[in-house]
Write a protein that binds this ligand. Sequence first.
Ligand code: AMO
Length: 430
Amino acid sequence: MERKYSDEVKPGDKVVMKGWVAKTRDLGGLKFFLLRDRQGTIQVTAKKGNVPDSVFKKFSDIMKEYCVSVEGKVKVAKQTSAGVELVPSKLEIISKSEPELPIDVFGKIESGKDKRFDYRFLDVREPEMQAIFRIKARTVQAIREYFIKEGFIEIFTPVIQAAGAEGGATMFPVQYYDKKAYLRQSPQLYKQMMMASGMDKVFEIGQAFRAEKFHTVRHVSEFLSVDFEQGWIESEEDIMRTLEGMVHYSVSAVARDCKKELKMLGKRVNVPKLPFKRFTYDYVLKALKKVGVKLKWGDDIEDAQERKFGEIMAKKGIEWYFITNFPSKIKPFYIMLEGKSSRGIDLDFKGMEIASGGQREHRHDVLKKVMKEKGLDPKNFEFFLEPFRYGIPPHGGIGFGAERMVEKLLDLPDIKEAILFPRTPERLIP
Ligand code: AMO
């Protein structure tokens, strides 16, 4: 017999249903339990004389969080929230649970974050927690769909690398045979090298690693990075168009396809209007000054200042916006610099940086010069510099933090809530 989920059954169906026991109730001649599967719950009801004796007896053995398989007939049950119940003809205990759960998943006692992450497999039994990860899955899936639709080719570049592009302080070293290697901070160097390959437009979705010592609600040691790189561009404007299209497409997909999950979480997502507003770095500085936040020209915009600018934007009803023309001195060597200012851009959402990138420097001599000016030894990046000697078009791209997007989209209190098994300086297990 075919297995059915709780949201698929209708009165009259003969089905097998499998799941966890959410609640039990014993009224003597009438016994119930609530069966929970990934789609919801259904009441399983046994009345003495109406079900086989062996099944009725087995009801007394059933305890919370046991895994069970029930074969039976679906009947109308007006008194239940689903409007149907399952009357069993067969009942099998598949796997038992110890009576005391280490965290009170469905009860009233709220467990601390750390304890929940220690027992994530139990934590995710709660439908609201599953809703977050279904929304995350849909977000990433939609991003992939968007790039494919736009003619981007998916690439898979090495996670074990000899050099990092985002600064030595946040690199995780690994022993690579008799050499020292690092976990990638970003696919930066590889996606750029692909621009010399003729593949034109590429994207990659994969884990990136940062040895970030600080404890914030937006930093983790391992995150899901969405990267794209696009050749033959006129300016960073082309990159912003691709990126805002990607955001619009994925937020629309979540709003359309995750209604049940959003309702469960009590959230509404706003599909942003295109194009997104573009604000120069200078504009941001002036706006912050007006509310008493002073920044020197050339300073990076830190978390607190980003949030403050987000509040100014929120008052205007703006959630997503670009910040452009960042000072050259705070941008990495691969961004195209134009004197004091650069072609680097950030994308912010509700006061948090979600993506960063821009137009790249594709002129070999200039790139080498900038590297030296920024204190890097071009010798350590020879493999990266080679493609710039044999024909490479103007190009650009971004790195986009998928979990930061989910965090902000669902107003989660911490990025870690959007990661099944978060990695932080303290968390390596599970
Ligand atoms: P950047 O270092 O700004 O740029 O990272 C890009 C985006 O990745 C996310 N992110 C993080 N998310 C969670 N925890 C972290 N520790 C973390 N670090 C970064 C953020 C951020 O905006 N190579 C460039 C991108 C490019 O130019 O294409 C880069 O990695 O959302």
